[in-house]
Design a protein around this ligand. Structure first.
Ligand code: SAM
Length: 246
């Protein structure tokens, strides 16, 4: 997969793209990142990318011409490029959306700044994505959120093949709790069943803990999750008073 990032702050990406899973994914040849500097798509001597808003008001607005020149440049190289504008007014980013984007071959992520972008840019993109109901200074962190969530879903990127399959949201539920050594820490014990070696019982316990955690923390997710009869019977045994261990 190819992921291009259009930004006024290319150096923002140097650290994150060269660490951990994102670094490994590139070395494995599963993804190619390219950071494009918006200033390089300007045509004036001062490489101006923003201007005052029509109608007045505070702040600056990113100009439409360099943004569209960049979009056309990337689409000129690859007409299949899917262009995403990061924006607090976009569709809320979810694990489901990450899965859909991971099926594509080429993304262009556009990072806004200042008050945002000239609204006419919307005619030249495929979609707008928000990473949550809060406002960040620029689209760089949202772009990293999106590309991280997408890249780790590309086949072969995560070590254990099942690692991404069981994670929170992937099954429609929050994930079950994890433990590692030591078996006891300041009086807190690892659940006995995880030490039993009985894989079928462990799988059943994990499913139930995922259901319990989801029911307590994010009950609205249960409405869309794929639940078996056994899952429903277990959920029916949970009372309002049942809480997770603390
Ligand atoms: N004036 C804009 C508003 O009220 O919606 C906020 C602009 S924000 C300071 C600058 C840029 O940061 C946006 O153009 C967008 O690219 C990015 N951004 C900020 N918060 C975001 C979020 N929650 N999701 C995605 N992008 C965001």
């Amino acid at each position: 997969m190819e992921i291009d990032i259009l930004t006024l702050f290319p150096e923002f990406f140097t650290g994150p793209l060269s660490q951990s899973m994102l670094r490994r994914a590139q070395h494995l040849g599963r993804v190619r990142f390219r950071v494009l500097n918006l200033r390089e798509f300007t045509t004036d001597r001062h490489q101006v990318t923003d201007d005052r808003p029509f109608g007045g008001g505070p702040g600056m607005v990113m100009k439409v011409e360099p943004l569209v020149a960049a979009i056309r440049g990337v689409r000129g190289e690859d007409p299949a490029t899917w262009v995403i504008l990061l924006s607090p007014a976009g569709e809320l980013f979810t694990q489901k959306k990450a899965g859909e984007l991971a099926q594509l071959t080429h993304l262009l992520l556009i990072c806004g700044h200042y008050e945002g972008v000239d609204d006419r840019v919307r005619h030249f993109i495929n979609e707008e994505i928000s990473i949550g109901d809060y406002v960040l200074t620029g689209g760089e962190i949202p772009a990293l959120v999106v590309l991280d969530a997408v890249t780790r879903l590309l086949s072969g990127v995560l070590g254990g093949e099942g690692a991404a399959v069981e994670e929170s949201f992937q099954t429609g539920l929050l994930e079950y709790p994890h433990y590692t050594r030591p078996r006891e820490f300041e009086g807190l014990e690892v659940p006995e069943i995880l030490l039993s070696g009985d894989h079928a019982r462990i799988a059943r316990w994990r499913r139930r803990e995922a259901l319990r955690r989801t029911a307590h923390r994010r009950p609205e997710l249960l409405a869309k999750a794929a639940l078996s009869r056994e899952d429903r019977e277990f959920l029916a045994t949970l009372t309002e008073n049942t809480t997770e261990d603390r």
